[in-house]
Design a protein around this ligand. Structure first.
Ligand SMILES: Cc1cc2nc3c(=O)[nH]c(=O)nc-3n(C[C@H](O)[C@H](O)[C@H](O)COP(=O)(O)OP(=O)(O)OC[C@H]3O[C@@H](n4cnc5c(N)ncnc54)[C@H](O)[C@@H]3O)c2cc1C
Length: 319
């Protein structure tokens, strides 16, 4: 956690905003897609392009005592056929996990915008419901990822409806949003599964904390609300201070290690993932796969100024 603000902190936040804006630019997508450095970065953060790659990675993680949640990359779909294809990919993936006996340790993460939420939320709901039914048939669950604040209400409403038939369907709350502490209190009910993350999108000050210190403070208040409640908290962070606070609060609220979990992204702090699993914590790795990696990769770049510097230098050299 940062304890003050210096010029470096402001510069990093500004750089982060620029990169997040670039995450939605098709011009920059073309430039990044052909840069030599991109391939190795994609390999670091993305498990591969196919269902087989995703399943193989899951098997390796399971052998190390790690749980997984698989994300078929893609977002902001405005083409109905593409939304259908995304649903079909998840249905095939869930059948493969069931067939391989991996569904016990692996769930799936789904973005409603990849299922057509921006075309028609009702159709996205229908497709998500089919995925939830397939997950239940395979013996696992679904977590609905959270995207930018313009879809927070719509996404939470859809999760609520999915939970009527599939109560274990998970939601994601983002600590950078000013509303989230209240949302945590509202959603910390029996059977609910809530993934708490800091938040990865470029958001205006009117709805989101801008300083990392304020986001971290909000994250701690949200941990308190979730741990005090009756749901199943999923603490999605790589931040060592917040992980320690999570462990401390679980003790404070007398929660066993099976009553919550930690989550981290594939390729980030893998040694820490193994350490937490070895200590008996439930540790789930978010594993993205597929060829639509651009938006995902850019959000990972924005989180880490050190990655950004290498990346920007190599783009500059190329142009
Ligand atoms: C399982 C999971 C699911 C998520 N789902 C969502 C979602 O649905 N919606 C959403 O908005 N966001 C989601 N996120 C992203 C999240 O909001 C943050 O952007 C991201 O996790 C970075 O925040 P942090 O808590 O790790 O803290 P940070 O302060 O960003 O990072 C803490 C430390 O972790 C390490 N680290 C963090 N990021 C990187 C990186 N990219 N490369 C290398 N090291 C790094 C560094 O050591 C850093 O100092 C998810 C994150 C996880 C782990």
């Amino acid at each position: 956690m940062t304890c003050g603000r210096d010029a470096g902190g402001y510069a990093a936040d500004m750089l982060r905003s620029v990169i997040l804006a670039a995450a939605r630019s098709s011009k920059i997508e073309r430039l990044v897609g052909t840069a030599p450095v991109t391939r190795s970065l994609v390999r670091r953060y993305v498990a591969g392009e196919t269902t087989a790659h995703a399943v193989a990675t899951t098997r390796t993680l399971a052998a190390d005592g790690l749980l997984a949640t698989l994300d078929y990359l893609g977002e902001d779909t405005v083409v109905v056929e593409q939304a259908d294809a995304t649903r079909d990919e998840y249905l095939g993936l869930l059948a493969a996990l069931k067939g391989e006996g991996l569904a016990g340790s692996t769930e799936v993460s789904v973005k409603l915008s990849a299922l057509g939420q921006r075309i028609d939320p009702e159709l996205a709901y229908d497709r998500a419901r089919e995925i939830c039914a397939a997950a239940a048939d395979a013996g696992t669950t679904v977590t609905i990822d959270m995207e930018d604040h313009t879809v927070t209400d719509s996404t939470l409403e859809i999760v609520q409806r999915l939970r009527e038939d599939h109560p274990a369907t998970g939601a994601v709350l983002q600590a950078y949003l000013r509303r989230t502490e209240d949302d945590c209190k509202t959603h910390a009910v029996p059977d609910s599964r809530i993934r708490l993350c800091k938040g990865a999108y470029k958001e205006p000050e009117s709805v989101a904390y801008q300083r990392s210190l304020d986001v971290d403070r909000s994250y701690v208040r949200c941990i308190n609300a979730l741990m005090a409640g009756e749901g199943y908290p999923m603490l999605a962070t790589h931040d060592p201070r917040l992980i320690e606070i999570g462990i401390d609060r679980a003790r404070w609220y007398d929660r066993g290690k099976e009553s919550f979990e930690f989550q981290m992204l594939y390729g980030i702090r893998p040694t820490e993932q193994l350490r937490l699993a070895a200590e008996g914590y439930r540790m789930r790795v978010y594993v993205p796969y597929g060829d639509q990696w651009y938006g995902y990769l850019m959000r990972r770049m924005a989180e880490r100024p050190a990655n950004l510097a290498v990346f920007a230098r190599s783009l500059w050299t190329k142009s």
